[in-house]
Design a protein around this ligand. Structure first.
Ligand code: UD1
Ligand code: MG
Length: 465
């Protein structure tokens, strides 16, 4: 049976008070809509997204997720036009669902990010079902009325409910699995004769339930929490953080402060990884066995090798850190940094588009951009690759076993041959052959007693003599 996900995401999200469409607001670094799409199990072969407000931005995001291979199935979009209710949203997708040959439709909301894949899979396996939850304070939700056999009898929206119905604490979670043909017919019969003047999807669900049993499946409330405000977003972030960090602790990861570490849904942590306080790992991040991530490290879209030590407050983006490497504190690895095994990058070192071969070191205060550093080469404190001339970027290639003294500038494009030695303070403006010494020094002057004379003069000036 061909199951297709229908994801409602046309709402404005007024309460977010944002220029960003609601479904693109992130939870642990990933937009809400991406969470929902990633929760689709393999039996869902296609997703149809209903959009309107902020449609272009959502479509741009979809294109980028597709390019990155983040989506579990093909996704197409329809424009609802002015949103007139959840039923209207579903109806606007009818032609697309017909075109795709839908037999069963799994309806989810783009602003309900924490639904689990197992929950969607269970929903998809039922002939017809709705997810419900029990709430202490059900205000605002549709109340679920069940038949004696537990199947769905009615869903009454809060604004349309009687006092007695408002006392019901079992509410509609807004996720459904329904056979497409009867749903399609029911959507055709919808009216907006209700307290909100909207076309309610819930009326169509009740219509289907009047013809065949629709199961009511109780679900964990966290999974069905929607993001309607910034406070909801913060709460969702806490739920997700708890769920993810607890999962990694079960897999053998140590967290010094699980409630103070951000680990996104696309992060993979190996055994015996240690995550210190205030670490943030977002996007696609893999961390190898036994690696240590020091306090306050911020790592996005990167891979950290086994046993690497990332000392506090290092920032790593779109980079690879080889096994056993030592990074930071306060290192900044920018996009395209690739470190082979056992590389040392110390405090206040910035790298960009730089390949450092095994065992090379740059321990202090350097900028390495558009460059390659050979095996075992040592970069002294304060090296700058001058890679930019105001118009173009140029490459620096440093061979293996090179020793670069402190405070050198390498004016790219430039090559330093294997085994060469660059004296401290040198500005290198031409290629250095293998095993050569390169040195640029202005003559040093020493004046005996000069310091004492200057001090005496300055003291006299200060005392007004
Ligand atoms: C809906 C249900 C309610 C349920 C609640 C759970 C209806 C009539 N009611 O109410 O029973 O308890 O969800 O959260 O369905 N959307 C569109 N186009 C529209 C209107 C909404 O795409 O014209 C999208 C929204 O962006 C959102 C989703 O549909 O993602 C749900 O809409 P929302 O307005 O939040 O529904 P509720 O009124 O909360
Ligand atoms: Mg509403």
């Amino acid at each position: 049976m061909s199951a297709i996900a229908l994801i409602l995401a046309a709402g404005l999200g007024k309460r977010m008070k944002s220029s960003l469409p609601k479904v693109l607001h992130p939870v642990l670094g990933d937009p809400s809509l991406l969470w929902v799409l990633r929760a689709l199990p393999p039996e869902v072969g296609h997703a149809v997204l209903v959009l309107h407000h902020g449609k272009e931005r959502v479509e741009q995001a979809l294109a980028s997720w597709t390019t990155q291979g983040l989506l579990p199935c093909p996704v197409t979009t329809v424009d609802q036009g002015e949103p007139l209710g959840t039923g209207h949203a579903a109806r606007s997708a009818a032609a697309e669902l017909d075109r795709l040959g839908a037999e069963k439709v799994i309806i989810l909301c783009g602003d309900v990010p924490l639904i689990r894949r197992e929950t969607v899979a269970a929903l998809a396996s039922a002939p017809a079902a709705l997810l419900a939850l029990e709430m202490e304070n059900p205000h605002g939700y549709g109340r679920v009325v069940q038949k004696a056999d537990g199947t769905l009898s009615a869903i009454v929206e809060h604004k349309d409910a009687s006092e007695a119905q408002r006392a019901i604490r079992r509410v509609n979670g807004g996720a459904y699995a329904l056979p497409w043909r009867p749903l399609r017919e029911a959507l055709g019969r919808l009216t907006n004769d209700n307290a909100q003047g909207e076309f309610y999807l819930t009326d169509a669900v009740m219509d289907v339930a009047s013809r065949q049993p629709v199961a009511v499946d109780l679900c964990d409330p966290d999974e069905l929490m929607g993001m309607n405000s910034r406070a909801d977003q913060a709460q969702l972030q806490r739920f997700a953080q708890e769920r993810i960090n607890a999962g990694w602790m079960d897999e053998g990861v140590t967290f010094l402060d699980p409630s103070g570490a951000i680990v996104g849904p696309r992060v993979f942590l190996g055994r015996d990884v240690l995550v210190a306080q205030g670490v943030s790992l977002e996007g696609s991040v893999t961390v190898g066995d036994g690696a240590v991530l020091g306090q306050g490290c911020v790592i996005t879209d990167s891979a950290i090798g086994d046993g690497a030590l990332v000392r506090p407050y290092s920032v790593i983006n779109q980079s690879q850190v080889g096994p056993g490497s030592l990074i930071g504190p306060f290192a900044h690895l920018r996009e395209g940094t690739v470190l082979e095994k056992g590389v040392h990058l110390g405090n206040f070192v910035e790298t960009k588009k730089t390949l450092m071969h095994a065992g090379s070191k740059a321990n202090h205060l350097s900028y390495l951009g558009d460059s390659e550093v050979g095996e075992r080469t040592n970069i002294g404190a304060g090296l700058i690759t001058c890679n930019y001339d105001g118009f173009n970027k140029h490459r620096t290639v440093i061979g293996k076993d090179v020793f670069v003294g402190s405070d050198c500038q390498l004016v790219a494009p430039i090559n330093l041959g294997d085994g060469s030695l660059i004296g401290a303070g040198t500005t290198v403006t031409q290629d250095v052959p293998a095993d050569a010494l390169a040195l640029s020094r202005s003559p040093l002057t020493i004046k005996e007693g000069g310091a004492a004379r200057i001090r005496a003069r300055l003291k006299a000036v200060k005392q007004g003599r």
